[in-house]
Write a protein of this length. Structure first.
Length: 194
């Protein structure tokens, strides 16, 4: 029987079950790494911070309450670690072009640029890369709060309520930040429409 994330985390909390913890890590390491990378913008730092998130998850397991989804607890930890890292550097992140993280046979993750095999022409591929690079630059220009809301809702598919729980703010604030982020991104990306 496959246990839910919440059931696994309760096993970690109550029994310090390392097997349950390993299952959680395996389920969430790639999405978490992608989230941290999108927020921080540096592969090496994202790898380190993702590890820090899982260490903090293990050490703070006793504070876990299954009143919300497990991912709310996990992404709250990730958000706090990312914001602390940004505060230490006191600069906005500079993102690189991200194609994919791949899982290696030993379970580690590695940043790897891959060539597209979509059959598009080289011009279409180049245009797609340029659009993605401009979007990345535009995301970097958003405040950390607006970028966090945009990444969690658009890339990670979380609901406004889940994001509100992670950010510890009202749902209306999440909606407002998302709306402002979209307006700002449209303004930054307007030249691409021409």
């Amino acid at each position: 029987m496959i246990l839910s994330d919440e059931e696994l985390m309760l096993k970690v909390k109550l029994d310090k079950d390392s097997g349950a913890f390993e299952q959680l890590v395996q389920r969430h390491k790639i999405p978490l790494l992608n989230f941290v990378y999108r927020f921080i913008g540096d592969n090496d730092t994202a790898q380190d911070l993702s590890q820090d998130v899982f260490v903090r998850l293990w050490t703070s397991a006793e504070t876990y309450l299954p009143i919300a989804k497990f991912t709310t607890f996990l992404y709250t930890i990730a958000k706090n670690i990312c914001l602390n890292a940004l505060a230490k550097t006191k600069s906005l992140p500079k993102m690189q072009y991200l194609n994919d993280f791949v899982e290696l046979p030993d379970g580690d993750c590695e940043f790897m640029e891959t060539l597209s095999v979509t059959g598009n022409s080289p011009e279409d591929e180049l245009l797609g890369m340029e659009i993605e690079q401009r979007l990345t630059k535009a995301l970097n220009r958003l405040s950390p709060e607006h970028r966090l809301v945009f990444i969690l809702t658009e890339f990670d598919g979380l609901s406004y309520q889940e994001v509100a729980n992670i950010m510890q703010c009202p749902v209306g604030t999440v909606a407002s930040r998302k709306n402002n982020a979209i307006k700002t991104l449209r303004r930054y990306l307007a030249p691409l429409r021409d």
